[in-house]
Design a protein around this ligand. Structure first.
Ligand SMILES: NC(=O)c1ccc[n+]([C@@H]2O[C@H](COP(=O)([O-])OP(=O)(O)OC[C@H]3O[C@@H](n4cnc5c(N)ncnc54)[C@H](O)[C@@H]3O)[C@@H](O)[C@H]2O)c1
Ligand SMILES: [Fe+2]
Length: 396
């Protein structure tokens, strides 16, 4: 089997690297850019300094800040209109995964007219769009270094997963200082998303020699630093480590594939509007328990990297310790359970969840991610896993 590795053409890391934005835009020949972000980040003053520094360099700048968390088809359409209105020649995404994904899809919508549905799935983007520079503010989705974007189809209630090398940003500026303002709950959700990227990249059927070291480092850094980033938001060492972990997780999974956790979490997000990281976190222990027999040595290695087992443990014992460790991590980070998350929406009626499961399982399979999982489930098994996660996870 052969493998290909995609990444942005340049990645800057480290405190203060966001200051290189004007230089990076100029290096791509950009004269008029559209900043794609969300209203929270403009309101709290994150965006202003970027506009000033670009204009000082002679690069005209407009701001489109109407991207909502878990961006929709309508957000992309509005962004396309804003880009045309600004007569821009490139995009700068500043924010979490939502503005970054929106900017990627705004870019390719400019060169490929037609409904967004055309991009759903693998390698469906015909023409590259204008260049996209990305500056993540969460740590995170890793979207700054992935060829993926997720946009909600508001008519079909589906989170459309788009995967194509033409979605890869040109330049990423990964400056952990922007993540210092994240509150604990957001830190927890995006941090467990990062861990899930590392873990799924490592156990994926498409894992390979270039993705493994990135996935291992992502898992190790997250295990060591996420709790501190959560409990002490101003801890620079922990924030710096998590920013690198998120970047490495993105670089790994985009070249080896995501698996069952992400396949099952997208329908939860699409139907119940759970934040992306949260919907992964509530599924991670249960899906890991189910998947262990597909790659016992790999899961055992993850347990050892996380310090949950050592060389003396059998692979089987390490796998059990991993599932327990993932449950403990959720508890330590005060991540609510799936039943708690859905309780408010379903009026705490347990039976109200069940009617959705068939469509959710079918959408999960259709995304393609479950096919990368070490143990590939049937639709019935996915239904059972949603039930198990909802009921609190079965003991090993
Ligand atoms: N393309 C990919 O490779 C990929 C991978 C994983 C997830 N995603 C997508 O990313 C999206 C989720 O992104 P996300 O989890 O980064 O969150 P987000 O971008 O949706 O942001 C969540 C909230 O956090 C706020 N926020 C952002 N930065 C902040 C900061 N520094 N301090 C305080 N608040 C801040 C935002 O304003 C927003 O209200 C989902 O749509 C998901 O599907 C994409
Ligand atoms: Fe993710």
């Amino acid at each position: 089997m052969t493998h290909i590795f995609h990444a942005p053409q340049a990645i800057h890391t480290g405190a203060g690297c966001r200051g290189l934005l004007p230089e990076c835009a100029a290096s791509l020949g950009l004269r008029r850019v559209l900043i794609v972000t969300d209203a929270f980040l403009t309101r709290t003053g994150t965006i202003g300094p970027f506009v000033e520094s670009l204009e000082k360099q002679g690069i005209a700048t407009e701001v489109f800040d109407r991207v909502q968390p878990d961006p929709t088809d309508a957000n992309v359409a509005d962004g396309v209109a804003a880009y045309r209105q600004a007569n821009a020649d490139g995009l700068v995404a500043i924010g979490g995964g939502s503005p970054i994904d929106a900017a990627k899809v705004i870019a390719v919508s400019l060169t490929n007219p037609g409904p967004l549905e055309q991009f759903q799935g693998y390698h469906r983007v015909a023409q590259a769009g204008p260049p996209v520079i990305v500056i993540p503010t969460t740590a995170g989705t890793g979207s700054e270094a992935t060829k993926a974007a997720v946009i909600t189809d508001t008519t079909r209630h589906v989170k459309m997963m788009m995967l194509d090398a033409k979605l890869m940003p040109r330049i990423a500026l990964v400056d952990y200082e922007l993540s210092l303002s994240m509150p604990p709950a957001l830190t927890a959700h995006v941090g467990v998303d990062t861990l899930t990227h590392g873990l799924e990249a490592y156990v994926s059927r498409k894992a390979n020699a270039l993705t493994d070291p990135l996935a291992v480092s992502c898992i190790a850094l997250t295990a060591r630093h996420l709790r501190t980033a959560w409990s002490e938001p101003g801890d620079r060492e922990a924030r710096a480590a998590m920013a690198v972990a998120a970047l490495q997780g993105g670089m790994a999974f985009t070249n080896s594939g995501l698996c069952l956790v992400h396949g099952m979490s997208r329908p939860l997000g699409a139907i119940f509007h759970l934040a992306h990281g949260l919907s992964n976190a509530v599924l991670l222990p249960t899906v890991t328990r189910y998947s262990l027999p597909g790659a016992p040595a790999r899961y055992a290695e993850v347990a050892r990297i996380m310090g949950l087992a050592n060389a003396a443990h059998s692979d089987e014992a390490a796998g059990v310790a991993l599932v327990q460790g993932l449950r403990q991590l959720n508890q330590d980070l005060a991540v609510p359970t799936l039943a708690e998350c859905l309780g408010h929406q379903l009026g705490h009626q347990r039976d109200a969840f069940w009617p959705h499961l068939r469509k959710m399982a079918s959408d999960a399979l259709a995304s393609g991610s479950p096919a990368n999982n070490p143990r590939v489930p049937t639709e019935d098994e996915i239904v059972a896993l949603y039930e198990e996660a909802y009921l609190g996870g079965s003991p090993n």
